[in-house]
Write a protein that binds this ligand. Sequence first.
Ligand code: 13P
Length: 343
Amino acid sequence: MVIIEKQIEHVTFGFTQEEIEKEAQRLYSKIGHLGWTLNDCLDIAPLTLRINKLKKKRGVHILAHSYQTPDIIFGVADNVGDSLGLSKKATEVKENTILFCGVEFMAETAKILNPEKTVLVPKRGIGCTLADSITREDVRKLKEKYPGAPVVCYVNTTAEVKAEADVCCTSANARKIVEKLDSDTIIFVPDYNMGVNLAKITGKRIITYNGHCRTHDRITKEKLKLLKKNKETLVFSHFECKPEIIELSDLVGGTGDMHRFSKSSKTSKEVLFVTEQGFIDRMKVEYPHLKFLDSNMICPMMKQSNLINILDCLENPKRENIIEIEEEIRKRAFNAVNNMLKY
Ligand code: 13P
């Protein structure tokens, strides 16, 4: 009997049945739209209650990218957004600690901007095929080959690579930054598709690099046709998609642009966001009056954070959960990221 009670107490973290049911109802009112049952919500309610209690007690602010799972987005995140929005938010957080649910370069960006804060990740080594495709030596070689050309570096890069750049960008401001730079030749790293897309849109000479987002790069014309279902569907593609996909799209941008679209649109057409499914799930919950089609595009790295490793990191943060950047590199990377925030 004592053992069973202890087990139940462990699962409930000491919350009462009433507290758990109330929390489950809160979760269900959001993620029920996505097919989560009330029982699913009852299962995770003790975890979200515990995380929300601990984060307040420990002064931790949770930032989550829109590609995270709905239990994180609607259960425990303090702010949800795109790369640009979260970078800006990181500079406004009052708490001394940020727990970043996303991929590692995003947490690094938060640290670059907030050296005095502790930045935690629920799990170490959550990479990104773009960030992992390029080193600082690769950027140096390009600079040697094209002297004088400014380097625009996509935010999906490590701090070391950002330190080599003049300005950073995200998919939400890449076009603006490339257009504003006082140079007709620009080195753009590492996303090849985005570089080609930018060259087409801006008419500038873009020196590209051979990096790809494995999630967005996989979409082909044939797949798009299947996802689109009918001719009238409005297609809004992420800037990381291949140029042939962009050509077939009505709109192009980052998830921040897609979010602004959902916020203001009253369209009765079906909307297909050609991006990671997590973002589409978020939109379905927040804008139930719009008809979103699924992309079923999954970034396996973005799905590595979960309520268990978030709780573990809050309860017992280990060295590996803490993002550290060498100060000399951080300062140089700061210039590029800070330049980006001016746009
Ligand atoms: P956003 O800038 O749209 O948030 O893109 C994030 C990302 O990493 C896409 O692969």
